[in-house]
Design a protein around this ligand. Sequence first.
Ligand code: NI
Length: 167
Amino acid sequence: MARRNILTKEQPGLYKHCRPVTDFNARLHQLLDDMADTLSTENGVGLAAPQVGVLRRACIVLETNVPEGEEEYLIELVNPEIVESSGEQYGAEGCLSVPGEYGLVRRPMFVKVRAQDRNGEFFEVEGEGLTARCFCHEIDHLDGIVFTSKCERMLTEEELEKGVVEE
Ligand code: NI
C-alpha cells in the first residue's frame, strides 16, 4: 500500500464527473488499498477516487457506528448509488481536500446505498448519522461536487474553537 497525494480545492480534477468502474482488476484493488492507506494517514472518515486524481466512481467510508469495544471498519463502494434516504441532519462537515475548513451542510439522517465491491459483486449497505453524511459526501465527489458548494455557510474561527454549532 502507498499513500497518494490528495488534490486540494484549487485543482480542477476535483470538479469533474467520474466515469463508472468497468474493470474490477488488480489496478482497482491497488487504488482502493492506496486510498485506505491515505485515509488512515490523514485520520479521515472518507475518501473518493477523484481526490487522489482518479476520475472513477469509487470511494471508501469508515463505519464509525460500531458497538463499544469493536473496531471501526472501512466500506469500499464501487459505482455507488443512494437508493433510499430519510430524515435530516444539519451539522459541520469537512473534507481532506479542503483542509482546516468546515461548513454547515444539511444531509439525510439515514441512507441506503447500492454499490459493487472490489470484485464487482453488488451489495447494499445502510448508514446512519455520520456514516450517512459520509456516504452522501463521498458520492457527491464522484459527481464533482465538493461540500463547499452545498453548505449553507462556513464556520467561523470562533465557532471552530468553541466546537459547538447551533442552528
Ligand atoms: Ni471530501
